[in-house]
Design a binder for this molecule. Structure first.
Ligand SMILES: [Cu+2]
Length: 153
């Protein structure tokens, strides 16, 4: 076989490989779009609160909703905290937290796993304005989004 023929043969071989390459490329593109779609859908999937009498509160990368709650001295506050974020969130692995430690108000440190919820109760014993925050993501206390205010009268 001449050099030219060899070269031609090799070129033909390479060209035969190409359709597989484009199929592989299409599969990769579909996989990436599928993963993105999964993240969007699972992010918007809402969890129904397990305790309908509690204050329904969500905590996500967007912060607490609501981020202001009012309470009365001596009356228990029950919060149903829902975390709709999934574990694909790079910062903190989708884990969020409710941290409220103020003398005479409460001593609460509740961690909520991704796509789950927790119900907890505390009873404030002093009037005033208090800050709670998420201690598990985006710089914790330093992140202004991850705060809430408890107003006790
Ligand atoms: Cu958080």
């Amino acid at each position: 076989m001449s050099r030219l023929k060899k070269h031609k043969a090799r070129k033909e071989k390479q060209e035969k490989k190409r359709p597989y390459m484009s199929i592989l490329f299409i599969i990769i593109v579909i996989a990436i779009f599928g993963a993105a779609l999964y993240l969007i859908i699972s992010k918007s999937a809402s969890l129904e609160p397990v305790n309908k009498d509690a204050i329904k509160m969500t905590i996500s990368m967007a912060g607490f909703e609501p981020n202001i709650i009012r309470a009365k001295v001596g009356q228990p506050v029950t919060i149903n905290l829902i975390n709709p974020d999934n574990s694909m969130h790079t910062d903190g692995g989708g884990i969020h937290n409710f941290y409220l430690k103020e003398p005479g108000v409460s001593n609460v440190n509740i961690t909520v796993q991704p796509e789950s919820q927790k119900v907890f109760t505390f009873t404030p014993t002093q009037a005033g304005e208090y800050q709670w925050y998420c201690d598990s993501c985006c710089g914790g206390k330093e992140n202004p989004n991850m705060h809430g205010t408890l107003i006790v009268a």
